[in-house]
Design a protein around this ligand. Sequence first.
Ligand SMILES: [Zn+2]
Length: 202
Amino acid sequence: MRRKQIISVCRHLYKKGLLVSSEGNVSAKIGSSKILITPSGKRKGFLTDLVVVSLGEKRTPPGASVEYPLHREIYRVRSDVRCVIHAHPPFAIACSLAGVSLRRPFLAETSIAFGTIPTLPYRTPSTVALAKGLGRSIRNHSAVVLGKHGAVTVGATLEEALDRMEQLEQVAKIACLAQLMGRLPWLNKKELKALEKIRQRL
Ligand SMILES: [Zn+2]
């Protein structure tokens, strides 16, 4: 079941333009010590199979996504996380390239859903440096932009992680459009305080 769900999430990410070709990777926990993860170098819109990896593996096993260290580090620091999505959403990447931060909220829905969305400085893909940097950031966030690279979202379910990736890209798209029109006004302290109260009640 999980296998089919991951393949279907990958197809959805591809159809939505959140990744193309062999970009991105998705994983889900099986029990407490293994994950199902997408294979390396395969087109994500047309996957037929996945790889099972023990989280005890420090190095990326043959055939598994080269971003395995990133997934492993997230599961290590977040025991509540069962699913991880790494995609290359174009508007989120464009924001990171243009220096438009998503950390400071400018939409009520995003503020309630995420609190803040940090952007990590660029690190070489598939490296331990990227995994460690993300591990520090993901402790307190459910969505993180990887500077000049992509984004990562996490969740207790695949649906939750996917929903967060779509929301992240939507807010990045709005930020890009507002910037193009010349203005991106952030929510003020009073507005954020009221939204934080709603967020804490959820
Ligand atoms: Zn990537």
